[in-house]
Design a protein around this ligand. Structure first.
Ligand code: SF4
Length: 390
């Protein structure tokens, strides 16, 4: 019997220091702690051998945190461990997130040797002042150096992350960042709008500003224009907007992220990693000390029962909702045929009324058995997707 495809996420929870806007599970840690983590991570992977071998690994994603903060040989070790315990597709997409200033030629060479074939570089802005204001550790020049290193080492699939609506950012400085990135011709660009999260340094800074009657964030109108500009500049440069915030040259969509958006199975390893596997959503332990201690235990069953917290047994209603709102993030939308195969029901039977309404409102269109949001629908995607809650 042919094996089902599986994606793997590996969480590396270390950063040089915390960016002001960040609420991800990451922190600065010393070398010794990082080495301990790698050994526990490899143990977690080895213990999952039985689960892994039932599938065929199609994509791997090292995310964080800053995975490139680990030594190149540690990334090699993790990938060797994965290969020894899983069945890899020869063409598997293997991505690593890197921060400028944490990579050198030697590391890039080891990534290549380890089989990594996709790099995701977090630039965020090409303006040093803006980078400083959000607490990034690097300058634009350092980013350029890292980008150059990866190109020289033969990486032909690079993503660059950009952010809009940053403190002190203007429409023209954002346009300059966009143009500089486009000028480098990466294969993929992720362009997100800053979200100010609770309990972050940035949130406190903005509150303090507010008390003084100031506000360095762009206005809603400026933010909207940045959003329009992103579509315009990237579209003209030949990038296809295949997801609300993601743009790619033809055939260079991130296969790993497509798995998330199309509700296919993925298994996460490492601190706080979240999985969608065999109809279940679960999260790994988020406390570093507990994570490491649990992985010292002998019994495999005991380890996983303590390590993984089941969030939900995804029932049909839940899965239908997710199928719709994750799928509608994509410009190719959702397939009626796939819906029927998955849920043994016609999409119209479940969502007929809202589909009709949204078509009439110009939010949704149908072509060749697929439903997708129009440009206008994508612009108001939060409102449009809320309609698919059952
Ligand atoms: S590099 Fe990424 S994960 Fe690390 S602190 Fe900055 S935003 Fe957070």
């Amino acid at each position: 019997m042919e094996k089902v495809d599986l994606s793997i996420y590996i969480h590396i929870p270390f950063c040089v220091r915390k960016c002001y806007y960040c609420d991800f599970l990451s922190a600065p840690m010393n070398e010794e702690t990082r080495a301990l983590y790698v050994s526990r991570l490899c143990r977690e992977i080895s213990l999952a051998k039985e689960e892994l071998l039932a599938y065929r690994v199609k994509t791997v994603f090292f995310g964080g945190g800053t995975p490139s903060l680990l030594e190149g040989r540690q990334i090699l070790e993790i990938l060797e461990c994965l290969r020894a315990n899983a069945d890899f597709d020869e063409e598997a997409e293997i991505t690593i997130e890197c921060n400028p200033g944490t990579v050198d030629q030697e590391k890039a060479r080891l990534y290549k040797k380890a089989g990594i074939n996709r790099i995701s570089l977090g630039l965020q802005s090409a303006q040093n002042e803006e980078l400083k204001r959000i607490g990034r550790i690097h300058t634009y020049e350092e980013f350029l150096k890292s980008y150059q290193i990866f190109r020289e080492e033969g990486f032909h699939n690079i993503n660059i992350d950009l952010m809009s609506a940053l403190p002190g950012q203007s429409l023209s400085s954002y346009e300059d960042s966009l143009q500089k990135v486009v000028g480098l011709a990466p294969e993929h660009i992720s362009a997100y709008s800053l979200i100010v999260e609770e309990d972050t340094t940035l949130k406190n800074m903005l509150e303090a500003e507010k008390k003084k009657g100031k506000n360095s964030l762009p206005s809603e109108e400026e933010e909207r224009r940045m959003y329009e500009l992103t579509k315009e500049v990237l579209g003209e440069a030949g990038y296809e907007r295949y997801e609300i915030s993601n743009y790619a040259k033809s055939g260079r969509e991130c296969r790993h992220n497509l798995v998330y958006w199309t509700l296919k199975p993925y298994l996460a390893f490492g601190l706080g990693g979240s999985s969608y596997f065999e109809g279940c959503r679960f999260y790994n332990q988020r406390n570093f000390k507990d994570y490491c201690e649990i992985l010292e235990k002998e019994d495999r069953k005991e380890v996983f029962s303590q390590l993984r917290e089941i969030e939900e047994i995804a029932d049909e209603k839940n899965q239908m909702e997710e199928f719709m709102f994750l799928g509608l993030r994509l410009s190719r939308g959702v397939s009626k045929k796939e819906f029927k195969e998955k849920f043994l029901k016609d999409m119209e039977e479940v969502y007929g009324r809202i589909i009709k309404e949204q078509k009439e409102q110009g939010l949704l269109v149908e072509e060749d058995g697929r439903l997708f949001l129009t440009d206008y629908g994508l612009d108001v995607s939060n409102r449009a997707m809320a309609g698919y809650l059952l």
